[in-house]
Design a protein around this ligand. Sequence first.
Ligand SMILES: [Cu+2]
Length: 154
Amino acid sequence: MKNRLRRKLLYLAPFAVAAIVIFIPTANTQPPTIRHINLNATQFDYTPGRIEVNQGDEIILSLTSTDVVHGFYLDGYGIEQRLEPGITREVRFSAVQPGKFRYRCSVSCGPLHPFMIGELVVNSNLPFWRALGLLVSGIAGTLVYLWHFGGNEQ
Ligand SMILES: [Cu+2]
């Protein structure tokens, strides 16, 4: 009887370890937050030129042109906004899609207009993959457990 219990624990141990490893916190596990970002458009770049957020974050962009009329177009999210000089426009969206997306000027604003490009980085949602990993290891653990001990009382 005691031996059987020990064998059970031995089989379950790897899955317990897997579950613990999956939940070890790392730098990338912040819960989704509201990110307020000021983005300035000036001939011929954006400041900041690179924005990094986490998947699931709610993004509020305050867009301002500091000189001439510019535009803001965000690849992948299909967001477009015309920016009149000195008038701040707010764009709000959820960063649901992970990956790298370019934002570019969509209003011809001068000779270097085609090079007026920035980058939005949406880091993938690690908690989601951890939850999935836990689910998979849980199912695998259950299957192994049933396979070894199910209905076979010896
Ligand atoms: Cu421009």
